[in-house]
Design a protein around this ligand. Structure first.
Ligand SMILES: Cc1ncc(COP(=O)(O)O)c(C=O)c1O
Length: 390
């Protein structure tokens, strides 16, 4: 059976061009970028070119890009880096209830170390209100961290407005843009962003590489001690091939961004409209319009997300119930709970995320498979008196 991959928010297939670009850096150009000889210089030049590509996409300077091992490390470096270097100015951090665990668990850890953390709630669509962020700012606030778009429900946050507020109060602003880099335009200057996390494997690049943008002049303490790599902000020999593959994937994804966004929006809306109109007891999680072009997240009354996921899997479809990192964890999604405290609703979600290889034919198959699976699961689920079933 041919499989249909519909879990692009978890990870993406590596683009052929990225594999081709990386290949020489494993054997022919294997030099250490810190070495002064010709082999080292070739590797250093490859990193330099890649840094410029990533910087240009977000309107930053190359010296403001720190290569890391991915989104999780970038989030940790941003938050812990600011927390450690800024303690003289205060101990208060503001974030939102729907952040990825790379942010939420990091701030919760800092809370145990004595930091004061304010978690801003969201509305029923998962949106953060910039006014609530402003109200939470105190003289001790040293960081605001809000994601650009949510990985589970796709809701896009008003980053420009939050950036203005952060700037007005001179509070550093971190944005987790792992799901939006090369999917939505990002201009760190115009949006008043001080720190921005991105990851390679969400845009057709290899896993285990990412970057953190750090605005010039902003002090952050590195996570590890070691050599002076990455402008003294991230010690350790760089993942040269990974960085080259990341930059190649970013170059292509950025070039195709607008066209791909329009194409995916059509496919996304086709799934949403077909399912909501044909499957009784179905609802869309997240914002109906202000959401990522590739994200669909449904809830179905009386249907467990895991049961649906397994049935779709048996029909050749790879989807998800929420974020990839919590898919082995059967506790309800913290994102869905933030939208609606009903744990039953938070358990019954299905996330379909599309990408550069998704076709119209695949989308039509996905729609049919969801319709059949939801009906089948409801037929085999015992009816409980007083509980709505379909
Ligand atoms: C919003 C968000 N932040 C951070 C991460 C972590 O990125 P990585 O897998 O590169 O560590 C992810 C990955 O799913 C994500 O979706």
């Amino acid at each position: 059976m041919r499989r249909i991959y519909a879990d692009y928010a978890a990870t993406t297939p590596v683009r052929k061009e990225a594999i081709r670009a990386m290949s020489p850096y494993f054997d022919k150009h294997f030099g250490n970028p810190s070495s002064l000889h010709a082999d080292g210089r070739i590797a250093a030049d490859a990193i330099k070119n890649s840094r410029k590509i990533i910087a240009d996409i977000i309107n930053a300077s190359p010296e403001e890009i720190i290569f890391t091992s991915g989104g999780t490390e970038s989030d940790n470096l941003a938050i812990r880096g600011i927390a450690s270097s800024n303690q003289k100015n205060g101990n208060h951090i503001i974030t939102s209830a729907v952040e990825h665990h790379a942010v939420l668990n990091t701030v919760k850890d800092l809370e145990k170390e004595g930091f004061d953390v304010t978690i801003i709630p969201v509305n029923k669509y998962g949106e953060v209100d910039p006014k609530e962020i402003e109200r939470a700012i105190t003289k001790k606030t040293i960081l605001i961290s809000v994601m650009h778009a949510n990985n589970e429900i796709g809701t896009i946050q008003p980053i420009g407005e939050i950036g203005k507020t952060a700037k007005k109060h001179s509070v550093p602003f971190h944005v987790d843009a792992v799901q939006t880099f090369c999917h939505l335009p990002i201009d760190v200057k115009r949006m008043n962003i001080d720190l921005l996390s991105v990851s390679s494997h969400k845009i057709g690049g290899p896993k285990g590489v990412g970057a953190l943008y750090v605005r010039k002049g902003l002090e952050i303490k590195p996570l590890f001690t070691g050599g002076p790599h990455e402008f003294n902000k991230r010690a350790g020999t760089e993942n040269v091939a990974g960085i080259v593959g990341f930059a190649k994937a970013a170059e292509i994804a950025n070039k195709e961004m607008e066209r791909e966004k329009r194409r995916l929006e059509k496919l996304r809306d086709r799934i949403i409209d077909s399912i909501l109109s044909s499957v009784p007891g179905s609802r869309l999680n997240g914002h109906p319009k202000n959401r990522l072009a590739n994200n669909v997240n449904f809830g179905f009354v009386g249907v467990e997300g895991e049961a649906l996921l397994l049935m779709l899997d048996s029909m050749g479809i790879s989807a998800s119930t929420g974020s990839a990192c919590s898919s082995h964890n059967l506790s309800p999604s913290h994102v869905l709970l933030a939208l609606d405290p009903d744990p039953v609703k938070a358990h019954g979600s299905l996330r379909i995320t599309l990408g550069y290889k998704t076709t119209e034919k695949e989308v039509d198959y996905i729609i049919k498979a969801i319709q059949i699976s939801v009906k089948k699961i409801r037929e085999i689920t015992p009816k409980i008196e007083g509980v709505t079933t379909y």
